[in-house]
Design a binder for this molecule. Structure first.
Ligand code: ZN
Length: 198
């Protein structure tokens, strides 16, 4: 039974396919969009298309950026011999917000999850190993404390050990399964300062 027009149904379907948007929210958003002035809808649509077309991976650390090399990697005052490995760009942003981390990053874009069929080849691990051929003193593993994050941390640690590069893991205190971006800056700093050797 079609309660709405085909266009609205399609809009609800597309919005409902986004993460965290249930069918009720999808309906609410769809009607909100339909009631918005034409120029605002166009601006929103253009913003999405432009972001998609222009955002890319940093050539060095693979974070999402508008440039070839992201501002962190391009900053020569940062310690380029210290690499913090994070699961995604949002985690990087969380550490950057503390303003206290001086090193650079490596963004994996995911974590190993046998349950979801995500293997080592599906995240940016090969790229990490390539970077470690350069001059690197320490790799700080800052993946989440979820099962996937821990599995990934173990895997990375085993991979790096033979190179002789120092490998550390941020201290626990980061809530289990908690996305790093939701954790306050003090907790993040404590986790970073209390990191342990692997
Ligand atoms: Zn970068």
């Amino acid at each position: 039974m079609d309660l709405y027009s085909g266009y609205i149904n399609k809009l609800i379907e597309e919005l409902g396919a986004l993460p965290g948007i249930g069918s009720k929210s999808a309906q609410r958003l769809a009607f909100h969009l339909i009631n918005m002035p034409q120029d605002r809808v166009k601006r929103l649509a253009d913003t999405i298309v432009e972001a998609k077309a222009n955002v890319r991976y940093c050539r060095e650390c693979f974070t999402l950026t508008d440039k070839d090399v992201c501002p962190v990697c391009a900053n020569q005052r940062r310690n380029h011999k210290m690499i913090m490995v994070v699961e995604n760009t949002r985690d990087l942003a969380a550490y950057e917000k503390t303003g206290r981390y001086e090193g650079i990053y490596h963004v994996l874009h995911g974590a190993i999850s046998p349950m979801l069929g995500i293997g080592p080849g599906d995240i940016k691990l090969k790229e990490l190993m390539e970077r470690l051929r350069g001059d690197v003193d320490e790799v700080i593993i800052a993946t989440n404390s979820s099962l996937e994050g821990e599995t990934t941390a173990m895997y990375i640690s085993k991979m790096i050990k033979p190179t002789g590069i120092r490998v550390t893991r941020i201290a626990s205190g980061v809530p289990v399964g908690g996305d790093l971006e939701y954790i306050d800056e003090v907790t993040l700093l404590r986790a970073l300062e209390g990191r342990v050797e692997l």
